[in-house]
Ligand binder design. Structure first.
Ligand SMILES: N[C@@H](CCC(=O)N[C@@H](CS)C(=O)NCC(=O)O)C(=O)O
Length: 190
């Protein structure tokens, strides 16, 4: 089993953590340039990571990779509430990727521009919902949704994408899990 990805991507990191006890090869790529982009393009026309290669299959998208691994290794199926948690997490993640890529591309946009405003509203509303769920104890275990929430919050802190002001439960959630071995082993800062 080969996992193609980058060390900084929160979507890749969630799958690396999920596979931390499972033998696999992690292929770390620079997905935007040179040989890394060539390898990525040879594996997935979507040109996004993660991408999993296993048993003659190429699986794109972390959510589908999770479904594939769930079937292969008979992990517990996610409940509908957990599916919604993933949707909230992915919504924040996707919108932050858009804003981050705009910044890296030196695209200056007014805060009130529709594209920017829509992302910011989605980010704030979804982070608020996630913060409330953490307060209610809905992320008290260390299942896949918690792993995804961790990699999102840690990526936000690492890239300084949001102050997380008023989202103290999310900040505490991150601190509570920071010393896990699979977390330190996949730290994007290293
Ligand atoms: N829905 C996808 C999102 C993956 C994604 O956006 N990955 C980013 C890295 S964090 C990427 O590959 N971006 C490349 C691009 O947007 O061109 C998933 O869950 O795997």
């Amino acid at each position: 089993m080969k996992l193609y990805g980058s060390t900084t991507s929160p979507y890749v990191r969630r799958i690396r953590i999920l596979l931390s006890q499972t033998p696999h090869e992690f292929v770390s790529l620079n997905i935007y340039e040179g040989k890394g982009r060539e390898v990525l393009a040879s594996k997935t026309p979507v040109l996004r990571v993660p991408c999993l290669e296993d048993d003659g299959h190429l699986i794109f998208d972390s959510r589908v990779i999770h479904n594939y691994l769930t079937e292969k290794f008979q992990y517990a199926a996610l409940s509908w509430e957990q599916e919604n948690q993933l949707t909230l997490i992915d919504a924040v993640n996707d919108s932050l990727v858009i804003l981050f890529q705009m910044k890296q591309s030196n695209i200056e946009a007014d805060r009130d521009a529709m594209l920017v405003k829509n992302q910011r509203e989605r980010i704030d509303a979804s982070l608020r919902a996630l913060n409330n769920q953490v307060e209610e104890g809905q992320f008290s275990g260390w299942q896949y949704p918690s792993i995804c929430l961790y990699t999102l919050i840690d990526w936000i802190e690492f890239r300084q994408l949001h102050t997380l002001k008023d989202f103290d439960a999310l900040k505490s959630f991150r601190e509570d899990h920071a010393d896990r071995i699979e977390i330190t082993a996949t730290d994007p800062r290293d």
